[in-house]
Design a protein around this ligand. Structure first.
Ligand code: KG4
Ligand code: ZN
Length: 338
């Protein structure tokens, strides 16, 4: 089954053709990052307009790269939530028109379910059940993937997402948007023990996380140094931030593994590209003898192939939509009724 998959929830327009949920025949991305960089963050209205300009030619490119024609497409999958509402709407409307004109099923896919499914492309043998640490710019959660479309959220952030924490600290350090990758690069030459940063513990669910205190502590450290005319050792501060975020994520992951008895761990989302987190997760997997799925960097960030991968399993589960499908800025990964 060949699925034409569409992703437009933030600042990347992406279209892919995915076969049977496991093989990306094409995976095309038109990034808007450079455009938003001058504003220090995504400008939603600009994002929506650029998605409209990019999506049609990108769909043609995705078909061409995959070596297929419109007639070969068996279904259209699209990110319908969550994201910037204007941006998601562009993808949803394009997908509705494509499914209607090709007379094929329309499959709505939750963006975070898509991130999780990037692991099916990275590791064709991976099958539920497994534990997934999903970390992106907008979400941080531990998901027990019991089956392809059956999930339980075991814990998550109470405030900022890990990516948001990286990006805001990077911004104060003068790094270009989105700063997560630049902060990671700067951290490579730093000493992560030089600046003591807080590790938050939250009341209630021991698997929950909080990153706002860490973000504030790092930003205060930068501002205090500036007021005193002192220079901050930027690589060491970046390394300390990476260490604090990674320790928080890995300690909760370890607890969740014990709680669920899962022997397979997958990692997903843009923040899964972070070198410290990748190294720590790998060490955890070796320590506990886990089967680890750590997607390549190209499958960590936003892409459409992951939407096609999850779309296949949503289709098999009967989760298809009609032409009344709407876009949603927020929606639970658990997949409530549309
Ligand atoms: O999954 P994603 O591409 O988009 C969302 O769904 O949010 O994640 C983007 C996030 C941004 O916050 C970005 O700074 C972060 O992933 N990111 C990183 C790295 N690469 C991307 N954060 C830390 N280290 C990295 N190497
Ligand atoms: Zn994403």
């Amino acid at each position: 089954m060949k699925i034409l998959a569409i992703e437009s929830s933030c600042d990347e327009t992406a279209v892919a053709v995915v076969e049977n949920g496991r093989k990306a025949l094409s995976d095309c991305i038109a990034s808007q990052v450079a455009l938003h960089r001058v504003y220090g963050g995504v400008v939603p209205e600009i994002a929506s307009r650029k998605h409209i300009e990019a999506i049609y030619p990108l769909a043609d490119e995705a078909l061409k790269t995959a070596g297929v024609t419109r007639k070969d497409i068996d279904a259209v999958a699209v990110t319908y939530a969550p994201g910037l509402i204007g941006a998601v709407l562009v993808g949803v409307n394009f997908a509705k028109a494509a499914a209607f004109s090709l007379s094929v099923p329309l499959i709505p896919v939750h963006h975070i379910r898509g991130h999780i499914a990037a692991n099916y492309l990275a590791d064709p043998e991976l099958a539920p059940p497994f534990l997934c640490l999903a970390v992106s710019g907008g979400h941080t959660m531990l998901v027990h993937v019991k089956d392809y479309t059956e999930m339980e959220i075991l814990g998550g952030t109470r405030d900022d997402a890990a990516g948001e924490c990286f990006d805001k600290i990077a911004r104060v350090l003068g790094m270009p948007y989105p700063g997560g990758a630049a902060l990671d690069r700067a951290a490579q030459t730093g000493d992560g023990t030089k600046y003591p940063l807080p590790r938050a513990q939250v009341d209630g669910n021991p698997l929950d996380l909080s990153f706002s205190g860490l973000k504030t502590a790092a930003i205060n450290l930068i501002h205090n140094a500036a007021q005193k005319g002192e220079t901050v050792d930027v690589p060491s501060l970046c390394a300390a931030v990476c260490a604090a975020v990674s320790e928080a994520l890995v300690s909760r992951t370890e607890l969740a593994l014990a709680q669920t008895g899962c022997k397979t761990l997958a990692v997903a989302g843009g923040v899964a590209a972070n070198s410290r987190i990748r190294a720590d997760v790998l060490a955890l997997a070796q320590r506990r003898g886990l089967r680890l799925c750590l997607p390549p960097l190209s499958l960590c960030g936003d892409n459409a192939a992951m939407i096609g991968a999850q779309g296949y399993y949503e289709f098999l589960a009967g989760n298809v939509a009609d032409q009344t499908l709407n876009a949603y800025a927020t929606k639970s990964v658990l997949g409530e009724a549309l």
